[in-house]
Design a protein around this ligand. Structure first.
Ligand code: HEM
Length: 411
């Protein structure tokens, strides 16, 4: 799993991106991206529509470029390197929101939702999340064996948490889960996506009206207050809620399931977690697993608004850039023995949440959810184990996040 993971053979003139993984090292970065990081850390790749954006693979280069104001996240700018044909088709129809705007519009939208995500407010959710995780584990323990960790724990936790954060009634969480699953499913048809998106947006519009009329202590009510004060529009508040729902669901679910798989592959590290109740150890494990797995496999995408020279390379205005987070998080200049999962290493400066102004809004919440799950699951079920051969697991190679389609576990 560690020292034997290969880098690819002869360098291709222009590799296709996303790249292939090595079957024998399913949790490692794309071997070809690792090779580029070593030999040509800013180089061109070819994507689905034949265009050739730059691939940025080093940790330091990513930091410099992702904080450079000449980079744009606005996918209406010519040259933006869309992830796939569907994203290219919907970009002109998509509302302007936190995920596709630059400063100053992005700064205003982001400020309007920053408050609920500060550490102190998120920390107040620890106890309710703990109760939720304990209840889901209780339910799994009385159910059939093997259980699918994905459906038993990994998927319900983020949908329940986001529903609670936004102030959505509990009964609606399955509807939330279905919505996020369809929107992120690369095999879903545009019609299916349009249909669930229409239903979700109608539901959230009504809910926002209810929160404006009768506010409670939740994020939707807070946005409702801003709508009333003229600081954001009703439509922006609905889109913001949708963004949180999509961005916070599959990512966290994947970290729960793939993180558990990585620990099954590293029994020494799992043993440390099983035996500790030290929040520092658990917190360190969360960041190390985020670094090690760097699950956003389509990379972070930008387009240059002006010419930029970096690392001896001239990136011209209108050229696209893809930031391969996994390659950067395995950069040996930043992380010695980067291919080793070591929950004791200082990993907090990883880029699994991106970097710069668009760095993940929900990272404190995601960390908390993972701390509670990793800090509870293996201690409560010390015999938890993979109930399949790793070679029989089906990995999702096409979704925004890299994960397993199910994770059979027994105890
Ligand atoms: C382990 C879980 C998560 C991972 C790995 C993750 C990863 C990321 C990454 C890489 C970005 C940067 C995208 C870019 O720069 O283009 C991002 C942005 C974002 N994330 Fe997360 N995320 C996670 C959980 C969450 C949660 C729980 C929420 C919300 C409740 C959330 C909400 C957002 C939002 C709204 C953005 C857009 C921020 C902006 O553009 O300013 N994420 N996330």
């Amino acid at each position: 799993m560690t020292a034997t993971c290969p880098v690819s053979g002869a360098a291709q003139p222009l590799p296709e991106y996303p790249m292939a993984r090595a079957a024998e090292c399913p949790l490692a970065p794309f071997p070809a991206a690792e090779q580029l990081r070593a030999e040509q850390p800013i180089s061109r790749v070819r994507i689905w529509n034949g265009t050739t954006p730059w691939l940025i693979t080093r940790h330091a280069d990513q930091r410099a470029l992702l904080t450079d104001p000449r980079m744009s996240d606005d996918d209406l700018n010519p040259g933006f390197p869309y992830v796939n044909q569907h994203r290219a088709a919907v970009a002109p129809l998509s509302p302007r929101m936190i995920t596709n705007t630059d400063a100053p519009e992005h700064t205003r939208l982001r400020r309007s939702v920053n408050a609920p995500f500060v550490v102190k407010r998120i920390e107040a959710m620890r106890e309710p999340i703990q109760q939720m995780v304990d209840r889901l584990i209780d339910e799994m323990l009385v159910g059939p064996k093997p259980a699918d960790l994905l459906t038993a724990i990994a998927l319900p936790v983020p949908s329940l948490v986001i529903a609670q954060l936004l102030g959505v009634p509990y009964e609606k969480h399955e509807f939330f889960q279905r919505f996020a699953g369809t929107v992120l499913d690369s095999s879903a048809s545009p019609e299916e996506i349009r249909e669930v998106s229409g239903k979700m947006s109608a539901y959230l519009k009504n809910l926002l009206d209810e929160k404006i009329a009768d506010p409670a202590d939740d994020v939707m009510s807070e946005m409702g207050g801003k709508v009333k004060a003229g600081e954001m529009t009703h439509t922006e508040a609905v889109h913001m809620s949708t963004a949180m729902l999509i961005a916070g669901h599959e990512t966290t679910a994947t970290m729960i399931s793939l993180g558990t798989l990585a620990l099954f592959q590293h029994p020494d590290q799992l043993a440390i977690l099983r035996e500790t109740d030290d929040p520092k150890v658990v917190g360190g494990a969360v960041d190390e697993l985020l670094r090690y797995l760097s699950i956003v496999q389509t990379g972070v995408r930008r387009v240059a608004k002006e010419d930029i020279e970096v690392g001896g390379v001239l990136i011209r205005a209108g050229e696209g850039l893809i930031f391969d987070l996994h390659a950067a998080n395995w950069d040996p200049e930043t992380y010695p023995e980067a291919d080793r999962l070591d929950i004791g290493r200082p990993a907090r400066n990883h880029q699994a949440f991106g970097y710069g102004p668009h760095q993940c809004l929900g990272q404190n919440l995601a960390r908390l959810e993972l701390q509670v799950v990793y800090g509870t699951l293996y201690r409560r079920i010390p015999t938890l184990r993979l109930a399949a051969d790793i070679s029989d697991l089906e990995f999702d190679h096409t979704g925004t996040t890299y994960g397993v389609k199910s994770l059979p576990v027994a105890w």
